[in-house]
Write a protein that binds this ligand. Structure first.
Ligand SMILES: C[S@@+](CC[C@H](N)C(=O)[O-])C[C@H]1O[C@@H](n2cnc3c(N)ncnc32)[C@H](O)[C@@H]1O
Length: 148
């Protein structure tokens, strides 16, 4: 938000974590441009035109992950965009930290990292139109979809 001074946003999370988020947003000087909403993303999420789910979907197995995506889909107007920020598992047998994290997520939470094909299946299963996966200079990629 500091890079885009006109941007306004909503930080949506569980009610109990919002005080910590408020402190961080205030320290970053962007609190006045950010509304904080505490609720349950399996039930509903606020309406908007762009959604960023950073490190959210990988916390959940497919059934719950698709439930979160469907809640977003219900809240979004046609043409709205969704970006998932995640470590996408590359093809092949070579070492990659996303593969290690995949095992950790399975053991700790029954969750998983996913390949591009798995993200595509999840998003299309929730009613989204697939756009692309964009790698970044970090281990994270941006998975983009549109609400048709
Ligand atoms: C791995 S953290 C990612 C947080 C943040 N997106 C970030 O980039 O740092 C997962 C977040 O999901 C939130 N969360 C878990 N269950 C939730 C629910 N049912 N509804 C809303 N948020 C939830 C947690 O409180 C936590 O902040």
């Amino acid at each position: 938000m500091t890079a885009t001074p006109g941007l306004r946003g909503v930080l949506f999370d569980r009610p109990e974590v919002l005080p910590g988020a408020e402190t961080l947003l205030s320290a970053a000087g962007v609190r006045d441009r950010c509304e904080l909403i505490g609720d349950d993303f399996f039930a509903s999420v606020p309406g908007g035109d762009a959604y960023v789910l950073a490190y959210i979907v990988h916390d959940w197995p497919d059934a719950q992950a698709i439930g979160i995506l469907r809640a977003c889909h219900r809240a979004m107007a046609p043409g709205a965009r969704l970006w998932l920020v995640e470590q996408v598992v590359p093809p092949g047998d070579a070492y990659d930290r996303a593969k290690l994290l995949d095992m950790l997520m399975l053991v700790l939470f029954g969750a998983q990292e996913r390949t591009e094909a798995e993200y595509r299946a999840l998003l299309e299963g929730a009613g989204f139109e697939w756009v692309s996966v964009r790698p970044t200079a970090t281990p994270f990629s941006v998975v983009e979809a549109i609400r048709p």
